[in-house]
Write a protein that binds this ligand. Sequence first.
Ligand code: ASP
Ligand code: MG
Length: 401
Amino acid sequence: MNRVVMKYGGTSVKNIDNIKKVAKIIAKRKEQGKNVVVVVSAMGNTTDNLIDMAKQISKDKMNTRELDMLISTGEQQSIALLSMAIEAEGYKAISLTGFQADIKTTGVHTKNTIKDINTAKLEKYLDQGCIVVVAGFQGVNESGDITTLGRGGSDTTAVALAAMLDCSCEIYTDVDGVYTIDPRVYKNARKLDVISYEEMMQMSSLGAGVLETRAVQLGKQYGVPIMVALNTGMIRGTYIKELKKMEERGVTGLSMAKGVLMITVDNINYSPVDISHLFKLLATEKVNIDMISQNSQKDGLVSVSFTADDEDKYIVEKVLNKYCAEIKSAEYTIEEDIVKISLVGMGMMNQSGVASRIFGVYADSNIDFKLVTTSEISVSYAINKKDTMTIVNNLAREFNL
Ligand code: ASP
Ligand code: MG
């Protein structure tokens, strides 16, 4: 069973020329004796454009069933065109939508998760010698409706298929691998040959855009070897796999998340009930809270700070106005232009002194941070956006990134 899943993102198939190039690479892989399943995203900005059109009709209240119906068409275009292009290279190809590929999903529209994939049909086509081109980012739910998996969801489709087909997954993109720091921000960043699932999961969820977090999680769960590489297929990329023992590196990479809001609510009477009420209101409105800290002020008052995504600004304000109307003493401020800088590394688990070195860099750089959070293998700081480049340069130097 010499199979492989190859995934191409939107920029790799943004026009017909690029689709033809990708088709040639895939054909070559087949020529070399692989049974190939291809997962593809929508061409270029197609998904954004489709969402924009929907927004012109439904401003606040979007019918998400219809939105799924709409945005799933982006991938339907690219799979058909790519299949045609592969056939033009002289190879048998067939395109399958998520529904046709029996990708069963569950959850709420536009944010579904994959529940199961019946690969029988897909394997039948592989046995017939076809290159099977599957639409990323979509599936079908219990009611038979078309669903999507959330933005960037094609990575998840690819890894899930590789898990079910028991093969490796190659993610082709417009960068040639995973870097210690986003090379567009820090040009001396180094490409990593290999990174563990855990580190990649942290890097992705803390802002690195190369790979969807859920896809890496799934890869870890099913032990799917993942490779991220440039879409020309000519350069060795980065391998993501289980790593038992990390070599000496304490810090593997630095991730950056922009578009962070920092909210501070002052003058809350210290009472777990009042504090929990704040987070309950936010949760009811589905606001995703990230870093949290609580400080005591004088006279039994506390202040609570947390970060959220700036896309949720409107809803956060709505919640806070409600909260401050109920808890009379409370007042809130929202700071924008906040960036979250995170250092990630398995080495942090059993190396002491990493945090002290990071704090030292902040002190030497004379940069204030607003919030700090840690996990077993990461440390994150919320800072003012204007300080980003200074701290990135100084942290990169300290940790040799
Ligand atoms: N086309 C979808 C998006 O733009 C899925 C993907 O690209 O992975 O989010
Ligand atoms: Mg993507």
